[in-house]
Design a protein. Structure first.
Length: 197
């Protein structure tokens, strides 16, 4: 019987994307909705790496299964790397994609496109009960568009134009985005690791 691999994310969009990136591996991929609700871990790490490890270890221990969790976000050069680890709650504790995007556009108001450079960063962490954690990293360089475009993806996807493209992640279909996204790159490495376990 295939070993269970829990996707440690309460974000439905992210959980679905991670599960899709792991499709075809000899693991039984499950999400948090398959288990009794537990409080979310406090993401108080100073880095994406710390938060990813914290989430994977927390859910692995809670449910006694292997867990894969990621922490990812957007770093905007003109804002000194913000929103960074605060990407999900950039507009405050009750933030959502819409309010976060609105705040980012306000902060960058008046800046020309060539000064709106940014990158998406993703750290993926895999933890097995009692095992050593394993980390993988992925990044996608690009810039912030002048207004949201497209309805695909989630988070800052409608604002992020990856390098070498003129469409946002929000305008790309999932298969296209997967090839070049930060999460796609981190998970391609993680896939390789999981396939060899």
């Amino acid at each position: 019987m295939a070993e269970v691999l829990l996707i440690g994310s309460g974000n439905r969009g992210k959980a679905a994307e991670l599960a899709d990136l792991l499709a075809g591996l000899p693991w039984e991929v499950r999400c948090l909705a398959d288990y009794a609700p537990v409080p979310e871990p406090v993401e108080d790490g100073a880095t994406f790496e710390e938060n990813a490890l914290k989430k994977a270890a927390y859910f692995s221990e809670k449910f006694n299964v292997a867990c894969l969790a990621d922490d990812s976000g957007l770093e905007v050069d003109a804002l000194g790397g913000a929103p960074g680890v605060f990407s999900a709650r950039y507009a405050g504790p009750d933030a959502n994609d819409k309010t976060n995007n609105a705040k980012l556009l306000t902060k960058l108001e008046g800046l020309p496109e060539d000064e709106r450079t940014a990158r998406f960063v993703c750290y993926a962490a895999f933890v097995r009960p009692g095992g050593q954690p394993h980390l993988e990293y992925g990044t996608a360089e690009g810039r912030i568009a002048l207004q949201p475009r497209g309805t695909g993806g989630f988070g800052y996807d409608p604002l992020f134009v990856p390098e070498g493209h003129d469409r946002t992640f929000g305008e790309m279909d999932p298969a296209e985005k997967k090839q070049i996204s930060h999460r796609g790159r981190a998970l391609a490495k993680m896939r390789k690791y999981l396939a060899e376990l």
